[in-house]
Design a protein. Structure first.
Length: 75
């Protein structure tokens, strides 16, 4: 009976170590996923800002073109 308990206790220690290692790996994956999601959001925000700047600069160019054309058409 003692041998059975010794084997069971040693197996429990191995199982605990495996469970701890698995928990660490899961935590790392979760952190990496969160970091990847944060990077995606940052990239999307920067793309949106770039798109807004481009559309604003296009609008200002169009306004500048209109201003240049107006005096020429009135002369």
């Amino acid at each position: 009976m003692e041998t059975f308990q010794e084997v069971a206790e040693s197996q429990k220690q191995v199982d605990d170590q495996d469970a701890s290692a698995a928990a660490v790996l899961v935590e790392k994956l979760t952190v990496e996923d969160k970091a990847a999601d944060a990077e995606k959001r940052d990239e999307e925000k920067s793309e949106e800002k770039t798109g807004e700047k481009e559309s604003a600069s296009d609008a200002s160019k169009a306004d500048a073109d209109k201003k240049v054309e107006e005096p020429a058409s009135s002369v």
